[in-house]
Ligand binder design. Structure first.
Ligand code: MF3
Ligand code: CO
Length: 289
């Protein structure tokens, strides 16, 4: 798409190209010529799309708040599924995981050594000392949002509490590393440094992802890596940061019976927090948390 200076900008602002994204596009062209990986235009959100994602995220946040209020020892993860499903539908939205690639539940519930993608079940009862990841994603008017939080059931071990806390810090280190015209690798480097400083490891096989018009878009957001490497970050990009931090090794295995649940290979505890974020002109905005 080659626009003339006086054409309307591609971003839908209603402004002429020369008054809007022309400098932005030139900057990207130069970076690309210098060998940097630049984001494809399809993943740079317009104002209208950002508004749509923001509304979706508001519901996603409310769902997580509702879970926070209700989660307790003795509850089955199936009950959480029902809570999430019914509330989301009542808001005119749809859980993004429902019927996604054959997944039949409205969220993922991953307990203790489960890294992610744990499936709610009436047989899985939350017990004292469990650490649980509640991963919720919402579609509203075609716009996607995604976030997860950890919950400690009753009294957990010091070891478990520390992992939950440090993994949250890892997420925030990653978010703080997001700068317009910075790099994707800045995020992974910040997360990895913090996790390893505490003797933990960062899961490699799963990562964050672009999101907004689809559940999973480009780019893949690694939670390990080197600063100054990978895709250039520009205003209008929306993606998740969702580090999975293991107390032991970063190796994982996928349950051969359900084909979804991801476990730590060594049986060590795993903890994850996830936010959906927007890269802005001067930093970052958290959309879903
Ligand atoms: N929220 C998870 C993610 O970050 C959902 C994975 S898809 C599922 O992408 F089907 F397992 F739910
Ligand atoms: Co996600």
């Amino acid at each position: 798409m080659n626009l003339n200076r006086n054409d309307l900008c591609w971003c839908g602002s209603g402004l002429k190209y020369k008054k809007c994204h022309i400098e932005f596009d030139k900057k990207l062209e130069i970076l690309e010529a210098q060998g940097f990986e630049i984001p494809p235009r399809e993943i740079i959100k317009t104002k209208e799309q950002i508004e749509g994602i923001r509304k979706s995220a508001e519901i996603n946040n409310a769902v997580l708040d509702l879970v926070a209020k209700n989660i307790k020892e003795g509850m089955s993860t199936e009950e959480i599924d029902k809570l999430v499903h019914d509330y989301t539908i009542s808001q005119g939205a749809v859980p993004a995981t429902l019927n996604f690639e054959g997944y039949t539940k409205s969220l993922c519930t991953s307990i203790n050594d489960e890294v992610c993608h744990g499936i709610p079940s009436e047989h899985r009862i939350l017990k004292n000392g469990d650490i649980v990841n509640i991963d919720v994603s919402t579609i509203l008017n075609g716009y996607y949002s995604d976030a997860s939080r950890m919950f400690i059931i009753g009294e957990a071990s010091e070891e478990a509490k520390k992992l939950v806390e440090v993994s949250k810090e890892c997420l925030y280190k990653g978010i703080e590393a997001v700068k317009p015209w910075g790099f994707l690798g800045d995020i992974g480097a910040a997360v990895q440094e913090h996790a390893e400083k505490h003797g933990y490891s960062v899961v490699r096989d799963f990562g964050g992802h672009g999101i907004g018009l689809e559940f999973h878009e480009e780019p893949f957001v690694a939670h390990n890596g080197n600063s100054g490497e990978g895709m250039v970050l520009v205003p209008g990009m929306v993606f998740t940061i969702e580090p999975m931090i293991n107390a032991g090794s970063y190796e994982i295995v996928i349950d051969s019976e359900d084909d979804w649940t991801v476990f730590t290979e060594d049986g060590s505890l795993s903890s994850q927090w996830e936010h959906t974020i927007l890269v802005t002109e001067d930093g970052v905005e958290i959309l879903s948390k």
